[in-house]
Design a protein around this ligand. Structure first.
Ligand code: ATP
Ligand code: MN
Length: 479
């Protein structure tokens, strides 16, 4: 019997008195007898019991926090508190030592999240990050499950592109030209004709435009991949590299789009509640302790699990941008000038403070805002008959702000091209995109959901850097 069994399986198994091989890392060792072993399959450790005298003093000394070991033994009922079963060791082998003088993750005092960010290559070994990244995995799996069950095709859109989906220009250039001595045009500008792709290219900010091409053939598609934004937003909700889920559906209007987005978010949250209960409970507990350090009025009304259940069991509030502006204009923080950006008139872009006011103070539930002014939205959104607004929808979440941005797309060729010209977009270079409106155009819609913002919400963490394994932010690309 040399097949390794995972700790999670042993802890779930009703049986006892059977032999196993377990492998993992020591979380703690006490009384020269009890090892708390963790193998990453669950936050719960497996207690390994050594018979006194069964290992040499040399080996005992090497049983330190962080060391990797292999144990053969018998699963028996535990007499101690805190665990149902334990493993009585028959054979123990140290696979990798871990110098207790140097190991940065000693259990003595709980390291801060900021410190753990500096040692992100080791932070997976803590309970907090173990829980976060198992939940992240489950959510990613649930994304594919949701769309697969509805017959969507997972379309891999390119990471290197020559187009800027938003026209926002916050892109990372991809180039193999020699930065010290780039070829120049007659006007003295860098000559990208000489570059690898024969033109200027960048990392994608969104897979939507290519997604639309797929939707015009498969009906329903989605992408789920990395996207890149060279925006200098040093906030707790922005990354320079993040993962985005972008479904795109033919024959959907804005309402179908909202219905799908709401069902999707509820479905993946529900899946995490079913499959990551222990990890969520661990994080809930952690948040509760953190909350106790805060003044009364800053504490959250709901625990993490209740908050997730609340989202599952309540319909998102739907209203138009125009209705939201009226609420915001007349709101207390606007009148008493508590907002950093005072809402004075229709047309203002909503800042995250406004979004959060609507969600956290006014409606106290997730909100879907629709029909935004066209001036603050992308060129491809379907224009309403009023000439002022577009069929956009943003979903706003408590503690997060915008989690989804989407719209029904403008399928009318002439209207779309006119809007592109108004916005000074390179119509000629986007002929491939316009073909969707030339050949068999149909009403269609889609949205983008920032995966890390979803993970932030589900884990209850406060900083987006703590829900992606290796965060990329301005001035930081470690590991
Ligand atoms: P924000 O106003 O918060 O910057 P946005 O309007 O730029 O968002 P979109 O371009 O609509 O966002 O992108 C779709 C989704 O991608 C957003 O709803 C959000 O969930 C996510 N997202 C956008 N930018 C980032 C970022 N820098 N880091 C992480 N997620 C992001
Ligand atoms: Mn942005």
């Amino acid at each position: 019997m040399s097949q390794r069994v995972k700790v999670r399986q042993i802890l779930l198994d009703e049986n006892t008195n059977y032999d196993v091989v377990v492998k993992g890392w020591i979380r703690s060792f006490r009384n020269n007898q009890f090892i708390a072993l963790n193998d990453g399959s669950t936050n719960n450790n497996l207690q390994i019991v050594l018979e006194p005298g069964s290992v040499t003093p040399e080996v005992l000394k090497r049983l330190t926090t962080g060391a990797a070991i292999s144990v053969r033994g018998t699963v028996i009922p535990s007499l101690g508190k805190g665990q149902r079963v334990e493993v009585k060791a028959v054979e123990l082998e140290i696979l990798g030592d871990c110098d207790p003088e140097k190991y940065p993750l000693q259990l003595k005092n709980r390291p801060s999240l900021e410190y753990l960010r500096e040692i992100a290559h080791l932070r997976f070994r803590t309970n907090t990050f173990g829980a976060i990244f198992r939940i992240r995995h489950t959510l990613a799996f649930a994304v594919h499950k949701f769309f697969n069950e509805r017959g969507f095709v997972y379309l891999h859109t390119p990471i290197i592109t020559a187009s800027d989906a938003e026209g926002a220009g916050e892109m990372f250039r991809v180039s193999t030209l020699d930065p010290k001595n780039p070829p120049l045009t007659e006007n003295g500008e860098i000559d990208y004709k000489e570059d690898f792709f024969g033109k200027a290219t960048n990392l994608t900010v969104s897979g939507q435009l290519e997604g639309e091409l797929g939707a015009m053939a498969f009906g329903d598609v989605y992408t789920f991949g990395p996207t890149f934004r060279a925006e200098n937003s040093n906030t707790a909700r922005h990354l320079a590299e993040f993962w985005m889920i972008e479904p795109e559906m033919a024959f959907y209007d804005l309402e179908d789009n909202m219905n799908l987005a709401e069902a999707f978010i509820k479905s993946v949250i529900g899946y995490a509640l079913e499959n990551n209960r222990e990890d969520l409970e661990f994080l809930a507990q952690r948040l509760e302790e953190e909350d106790k350090q805060k003044p009364q009025q800053e504490r959250s009304e709901l625990g993490l699990i209740q908050k997730l259940e609340f989202v599952l069991n309540n319909e998102f509030m739907r209203l138009t941008y125009t209705e939201a502006i009226d609420i915001l204009k007349n709101s207390k923080p606007n009148k008493s000038k508590k907002f950093d950006y005072i809402i004075e008139e229709w047309g203002a872009d909503l800042q995250s403070e406004h979004e959060r006011y609507l969600v956290e103070k006014h409606f106290k539930k997730p909100v879907i805002l629709t029909d935004y002014p066209k001036a603050i939205k992308a060129f491809y959104m379907k224009q309403n008959d009023d000439g002022k607004t577009v069929r956009a929808m943003d979903i706003l979440f408590p503690g997060i702000g915008e989690i989804v941005g989407g719209s029904q797309r403008e399928e009318n060729y002439d209207k779309l091209v006119t809007r592109m010209e108004e916005m000074h977009l390179p119509v000629n270079e986007m002929s491939w995109y316009l073909d969707t409106r030339r050949y068999g155009a149909c009403p269609h819609a889609g949205f983008g959901l920032g995966f890390e913002r979803l993970v932030l919400f589900v884990t209850g963490m406060g900083n987006i850097r703590d829900v992606i394994p290796f965060p990329r932010t301005p001035k930081s690309a470690e590991f």
